[in-house]
Design a protein around this ligand. Sequence first.
Ligand code: 4HQ
Length: 238
Amino acid sequence: MIQPFLEHGIIRQAIKRNQISVSTIDVRSFAKGKQKVTDDKPYGGGSGMVMKPEPLAGAITSAKIKTPESKTILLSPQGKPFNQKLARKLADTGGLIFICGRYEGVDERISSSLIDDEISIGDYVMTGGELAAMIIIDAVTRFIPGILGGENSAEKDSFENGLLEHAHFTRPRVFEGDEVPEVLLSGNHGEIENWRLESSLMRTLMKRPDLLKKKPLNLSEIEILKKWGRNIEEILRT
Ligand code: 4HQ
């Protein structure tokens, strides 16, 4: 699952330029016996299987020896919610080891001894932790210095200032009768910045009001919201 993910776009480029490196360990290669069994029935009964602790402990220990500075992360719906802030923090560690469970999950004694942190990518249940690991690798890589060009740097992204990003337009100037906002063609950088801030605020209010409520507003942001308020009051009066 992981290999094809590494072969595209910014992740591929980052690997080629030695800005990140990713390798995988097959837990099965640490399993004993001819069958290389990695799972077993849960104590106490019930459906589903649990990942046996010994092969996992072997795999984690071997990973820790290869990258002793790494933090070990278990992917699980019970983990702390992954977000942009956590991505930035993880980019500033000496490496990450992701434990990707299958079946019902891993033996509890693994989480209590060999795991530094438990992370969830959202409140839903997947069949394994691999997609979660790839999502985290993807978002974290964008924060490695030198990955994004200056023009495209991470500061302008959604969430960096507590707002969603402004709307984007490219050529053609008219698409299916729909025109690009005039101000973006004006070359007036002050007005363009104002328009983008207003677009950001509008999109956040419409799509993610929860974000807007949390955000400390600066003077220009308050001014824009007040202007909307005045416009709406005018409409209600007339
Ligand atoms: N998992 N965020 C691995 C998840 C999950 C999530 C379910 C993790 C199955 C075995 N991981 N177990 N949500 O759904 O990270």
